[in-house]
Design a protein around this ligand. Structure first.
Ligand SMILES: Nc1ncnc2c1ncn2[C@@H]1O[C@H](COP(=O)(O)OP(=O)(O)OP(=O)(O)O)[C@@H](O)[C@H]1O
Length: 265
């Protein structure tokens, strides 16, 4: 059984005078532990699709099914990480990290210990009593990652979490996130418009067309690349080959043709 299934998901945004078709007939499945990127130009509906998967907005048509449906209803199964870290400036780092357990009335010695372990795993020791304003952008994003992981989500939805960072910090954080998600066997969907990032991080890439957002093509990332860290993937010859294929597809202006690889279900 697949972990996440989308069947014929279509979405319209309505206003009083008009409407926008943001997504058209999106169907794909994901296995548990898989890392999938949604790649496409601005406005192709990436964030809309992520919000639909998260249950934040209901799709106009189609089905979204998550294996852990019961947990989702309790708000425990989904972790969201965004471009901005949204840390509360008036709370210390540890208070920010423990916000989820606090809401669920679950502050235990065990969870506090887990918070410390995760903070040190992301290279943030001895900052628990600091405030977000005392940290760099990359450090704050690492805190946001810990705040997401502490709730033990079954699936992580990552909406361009690295795009506000400088290039060096972004590459380091990609390695860190990839390593942590593999260690904790998390399923993840990454939204990005960065081809290199999609190849470096993912098992599979879903390339979207715009107006309306639809699946243009699905790429399986070669197995040799999946065993490498994102930083090392970029040095692999197969990285460049896949980059060029995706680039070529993006350059094609014929929006009406929808081509799909086999073996992606
Ligand atoms: N709340 C809204 N009301 C009306 N139209 C919207 C709304 N949100 C998004 N749209 C439209 O839906 C389409 C998809 O938007 P979406 O933000 O999902 O794309 P995106 O690929 O995430 O873009 P970006 O990379 O710029 O964030 C766009 O045409 C956008 O203008």
């Amino acid at each position: 059984m697949s972990f996440l299934t989308l069947e014929h998901v279509t979405h319209y945004y309505f206003s009083k005078e008009s409407y926008v078709k943001a997504l058209d007939n999106i169907s794909f499945t994901m296995k548990e532990g898989e890392f999938v990127s949604l790649l496409g130009p601005s406005g192709c509906g990436k964030s809309t699709l992520l919000s639909i998967i998260a249950g934040i907005i209901p799709q106009t048509q189609g089905q979204v099914r998550l294996q852990q449906e019961e947990l989702i209803k309790q708000n425990q199964a989904i972790g969201y990480m965004l471009q901005q870290d949204y840390l509360f400036p008036w709370k210390t780092i540890i208070e920010n990290v423990l916000i989820g357990p606090k809401i669920h009335n679950n502050i235990t010695d065990e969870i506090k210990q887990y918070a410390s372990t995760l903070l040190s795993e992301v290279g943030l020791k001895d900052i628990e009593s600091k405030y977000p304003s005392e940290l760099s952008g990359g450090m704050r994003q690492r805190v946001a990652l810990v705040r997401t992981l502490i709730n033990d989500p079954k699936i992580l939805l990552l909406d361009e979490p690295f795009s506000a960072l400088d290039y060096q910090t972004k590459l380091k954080l990609e390695d860190l996130v990839s390593n942590l998600l593999k260690t904790y066997k998390k399923t993840a969907v990454l939204v990005t418009h960065d081809i290199g990032e999609a190849i470096a991080m993912s098992d599979r890439i879903i390339l979207l067309d715009s107006h309306p957002g639809s699946i243009a093509k699905i790429y399986d990332v070669p197995l040799e690349l999946r065993d490498e860290t994102p930083f090392n993937v970029r040095k692999h010859p197969k990285y460049q080959l896949l980059f060029d294929k995706v680039w070529e597809q993006l350059e094609q202006k014929d929006d009406s043709s929808t081509i799909r690889d086999d073996n992606h279900e």
